[in-house]
Design a protein around this ligand. Structure first.
Ligand code: ADP
Length: 162
């Protein structure tokens, strides 16, 4: 079976992430969305909240598995019997960081490839950070995230509004 791992912080999952997951299913038989704890990024949502939202958004995609991992990504990829890391590429600004990570992962494990997918252009500017800013100011979120994610963002950030 052709298995790919899509790692990220998913704080929270946006339509941009979902677009990449849907595209990856055209290439892979099984996609593991691997939610990283990433405490150094000080996520707004806990790991279990992020996992729950990814599960909710992908519930109609039976080939998608939602999991978490710790430690080296390439070790997790090998352990899960996968052979590729899936990453999304938005604007040019993503390129340098993604380039460094892909080549580092290749150095660590030469058998694991990184596959880059581009989202639909309407999502190519979307970042979880920008969405959190919109939510903080009470802006509409429906074009960016699943309605349940919008609800949770609103609840979480309501108290921070001026
Ligand atoms: P990380 O902390 O690993 O960057 P993110 O959740 O921010 O985690 O992103 C996970 C992956 O999804 C990254 O490859 C990122 O470039 C990609 N991604 C995030 N938002 C979008 C989007 N709007 N369109 C395409 N790819 C995206």
């Amino acid at each position: 079976m052709n298995v790919g791992v899509y790692p990220g912080t998913f704080d929270p999952i946006t339509h941009g992430h979902t677009d990449i997951i849907a595209r990856s299913l055209r290439i892979f038989d099984h996609v593991i969305v691997a939610v990283a704890p990433n405490p150094s990024k000080h996520p707004l949502f806990s790991l279990s909240e992020r996992l729950e939202m990814v599960r909710l958004v992908t519930q109609d995609m039976p080939q998608v598995e939602v999991a978490t991992f710790e430690g080296l990504l390439v070790e997790y990829v090998k352990r899960r019997g996968a052979h590729a890391v899936i990453r999304g590429l938005r604007a040019i600004s993503d390129f340098e960081h993604e380039f460094q990570m892909a080549l580092t992962n290749r150095k660590l494990e030469n058998t694991v490839e990184t596959v880059f997918l581009m989202p639909s252009e309407e999502y190519s500017y979307l970042t979880s950070t920008i969405i959190k800013d919109v939510a903080k100011h009470g802006g509409p979120l429906t074009d960016f995230v699943h309605p349940e994610v919008a609800k949770r963002l609103d609840q979480r950030l309501r108290s921070l509004r001026p």
